[in-house]
Design a protein around this ligand. Structure first.
Ligand code: VTB
Ligand code: MG
Ligand code: MG
Length: 330
């Protein structure tokens, strides 16, 4: 039998892979309870409370660097909040306890509970603002995407590299008026546009999941979601380029305070997630990536994906929960 030596920090991280799955499971179940009730804020709060409760049980000395910021006005899991028992490694944590609050409130596909974790000081500390993003899956030559290139050129380059016609390329974008020019550019060269109403963490990840048929993510979404999806792509491969949209003086000051010297910097995955990381997401409502929570009389079922960048391992965890007390449901 071969014996593999694993560095202690890595071993602990490996254990955390399962621990963070628990964290997103709890958040997903708590918010799923309010699916379809039209209560964006209440379902978000339920996810935040559950995620925080669970994070505080973990053997980590954690700092939330991407959290529920000023925009959501959530009182917990704010940027800078310390979480965990403190008996463990220093880690940076990015959370979106309910990514797609509107999707959950309307019981539409694709709401997830999501988290990323990395060694302390290695995740981008981004404010809760907008971010320009472009992302593709693995298998393309490095440097093929550029935020400043017109959509037409990006599509043509991707088609060439993939060895297909531009009409066989599909771009995914948030359905927003601000994307009118990008959408027109994609369509002009004959490619298809797939529009989502919310949830661009999954939108970016779809680029690295061949079964979705999505080749490229384009457009402006949340910066927190940008860092979370960069962590996922760091695990499964792909390329991403992003840039914060700092358009007010107040935001500029906040950004400087967070340690960002050049607000116009174009970030690559390695700039947003500098080292090893873990990523997890649990489905709240059923979407292309994950099934939603199923409530039975005696069993609650959850569907989670957990990724680890050091090995590139992706696990799908389908859990049946028989002890309901742990979810603190009423
Ligand atoms: C973005 C997107 C998210 O909300 O943050 C969006 O990244 C908010 O953008 O995935 P709008 O102000 O245009 O709605 C999500 O869709 C959900 O949090
Ligand atoms: Mg979100
Ligand atoms: Mg959220």
């Amino acid at each position: 039998m071969s014996s593999i030596t694993v560095q202690p920090e890595l071993l602990l991280e490996r254990i955390l892979t399962l621990e963070i799955a628990r964290v997103t499971e709890r958040a997903a179940v708590s918010s799923a309870r309010l699916r379809g009730h039209g209560k964006d804020k209440a379902s978000d709060q339920a996810a935040v409370d559950a995620m925080r409760r669970e994070l505080n049980k973990l053997p980590i000395d954690g700092t939330v660097v991407i959290g529920e910021g000023e925009i959501d006005e959530a009182p917990m899991l704010f940027i800078g909040e310390q979480v965990g028992t403190k008996q463990g490694p220093k880690v940076d944590i990015a959370v979106d306890p309910l990514e797609g609050t509107t999707l959950c409130a309307k019981n539409m596909p694709g709401a997830i509970a999501t988290i990323a974790m990395a060694n302390g000081g290695t995740l981008l500390h981004a404010p809760d603002c907008y971010m320009e993003k472009i992302a593709i899956g693995p298998g393309y030559p490095k440097g093929i995407i550029d935020l400043d290139a017109p959509a037409e050129e990006i599509i043509l380059n991707l088609a060439k590299a993939k060895g297909v016609k531009p009409s066989e390329i599909t771009a995914i974008l948030l359905d927003r008026p601000r994307h009118a020019d990008l959408i027109a550019g994609v369509r002009k060269v004959g490619a298809a546009v797939s529009l989502i109403s919310d949830g661009d963490v999954a939108g970016v990840i779809h680029c690295a999941e061949p079964k979705t048929g999505i080749d490229v993510y384009l457009g402006i979404g949340g910066a927190p979601e940008g860092v979370l999806s960069a962590a996922a792509l760091r695990c499964i491969g792909g390329q991403m380029q992003t840039r914060l949209i700092i358009d007010t003086e107040e935001l500029r000051e906040r950004t400087i305070k967070m340690g960002i010297k050049d607000p116009k910097k174009k970030y690559e995955i390695e700039d947003m997630v500098k080292g090893d990381c873990l990523f997890a997401a649990t489905g709240v409502t059923t979407g292309a990536m994950l099934d939603g929570v199923k409530f039975g009389k005696d069993v609650i079922e959850t569907d989670t994906v957990v990724m680890r960048s050091v090995t590139g391992t992706v696990r799908r965890v389908r859990a049946e929960h028989r002890q309901f007390e742990k979810f603190h449901l009423d």
